[in-house]
Design a protein around this ligand. Sequence first.
Ligand SMILES: [Zn+2]
Length: 146
Amino acid sequence: MNGIDNNPASLDPTFWLKLNAAMEELRTVHGYKLYIVETRRTPLTQLLYFLQGRLSMFAADNKHIVQEYLKLRSTVGLFPVSETDAVNKKVTWTLDSRHFSGTAADIGFIGAVPQGGWDRVAEVVEKHGLKSGHRWPQEDSPHVEM
Ligand SMILES: [Zn+2]
């Protein structure tokens, strides 16, 4: 089984109603082709995301730790990352997440992101009463939460 849950049925029903309405508006009014990347997430998956970009202390003398990290990601079923990204590229700043309770989801564009695409996504999800990670100081544009 893949470790990344992208099933809307895993989401809080109220959150899904709002997200679905926002995605429907983005599709019909703006012609955006969007898909759901990830819905609910376990604390282990969050921990593995959190460790990404924070392995530099192991990179020089304990390279095998980085290899073990990559292996564990694969075992859990997460998308693969390069060794360089595993060591240097942070993707999250929290060990807590609304993904645990199904009140957050990450969405993506099928194909290229249109000009101003993430700004428009943020506007529309906010119109539907949701919050966009696009507005955060550590920008997480694909992230939408209740
Ligand atoms: Zn997210």
